[in-house]
Design a protein around this ligand. Structure first.
Ligand code: COA
Length: 260
């Protein structure tokens, strides 16, 4: 697929995705969601890629939301389809990704933009970032997982406050209640995100995958997360990564895990 709305760059084991609609503050229109789906799906099947970092083009916005101009005349059914397709194509794909996805939030992360970061496993924000879910100002509610993932991440009280007031908050405030993992100067954002990803990628890939599966299970009320943890823990013992990790510890050397 030819990309016109995102830039994709494979460097070592990391796939960098830059949402590239700077003149529209990187708002997510349908073609952008399709391209994200394609790039992320390909990365899942590419044994050379260990993780993905998503950011926005320019210094102003990560993503300023879903593209409002695209859905301005939608009816109820079209609204449902828009949300459902977004969940299936991009947001759930990221949230359930066995390979870690880091959001490098370089400016406005609003509406669907904040929801995109919420689907990622880790969020690192620049000091100038502004985060919010302004949908109620448009007569809408978040439709790409925001009501669920924000609540899971920061609790019902803060989620209610952010969604009902529609207020934008700054990065420091987001850090204070766990909405982002780290805040750094904008010039350091990509290097910090890369550093965090490289550290994760130096760990056992099979254990990383198992950990993501078990942590995500805690969010799914239809399954018993403790049982998933027991199962995943047990399965780790049958992996080459476990043999290598333990051997490296006993031999007092750094583990050398293989990606396959
Ligand atoms: N959808 C479509 N276009 C968007 C957009 C969105 N979510 N967010 C910004 N844009 C476009 C603007 O329409 C403008 O395009 P134009 O130059 O062709 O008119 C361009 O991006 C720049 O935005 P602008 O509003 O002029 O920048 P600003 O610095 O004055 O304001 C924001 C920045 C983020 C506060 C403002 O753009 C905004 O409120 N955006 C919408 C946020 C939102 O409600 N998101 C949730 C959608 S569900």
């Amino acid at each position: 697929m030819k990309y016109e709305n995102i830039l994709v760059d494979k460097k070592e084991e990391i796939l960098w995705i830059t949402i590239n609609r700077e003149s529209k503050l990187n708002a997510l229109n349908k073609p952008t969601l399709d391209e994200l789906n394609d790039a992320i799906s390909n990365a899942q099947n590419d044994a050379e890629i260990g993780g993905i970092i998503i950011t926005g083009a320019g210094e102003k916005a990560f993503v300023a939301g879903a593209d409002i101009s695209e859905f301005s005349s939608y009816n109820n059914e079209e609204g449902k389809v828009l949300a459902k397709q977004g969940h299936d194509k991009v947001f759930d794909l990221i949230a359930n990704s066995p390979k870690p996805v880091i959001a490098a939030i370089n400016g406005f992360a609003l509406g669907g933009g904040l929801e995109l970061t919420l689907a990622c496993q880790i969020r690192i924000a620049s000091e100038n970032a502004k985060l919010g879910l302004p949908e109620v100002t448009l007569g809408l509610i978040p439709g790409y997982g925001g009501t669920q993932r924000l609540t899971q991440l920061v609790g019902r009280g803060k989620a209610m406050e952010m969604i009902l007031t529609a207020d934008m908050i700054n990065a420091e405030s987001a850090l204070s209640f766990g909405l982002v993992n780290q805040v750094v100067p904008l010039v350091d954002l990509l290097a910090t995100s890369e550093g965090m990803m490289k550290k994760i990628l130096s760990r056992s890939p099979k254990a990383i995958k198992a950990a993501i599966t078990a942590i995500n299970a805690s969010l799914d009320s239809s399954i018993n997360g403790f049982e998933v943890e027991i199962e995943e823990f047990g399965n780790c013992f049958g992996t080459d990564d476990f043999k290598e990790g333990v051997a490296a510890f006993l031999e007092k050397r750094k583990a050398n895990f293989k990606r396959d």
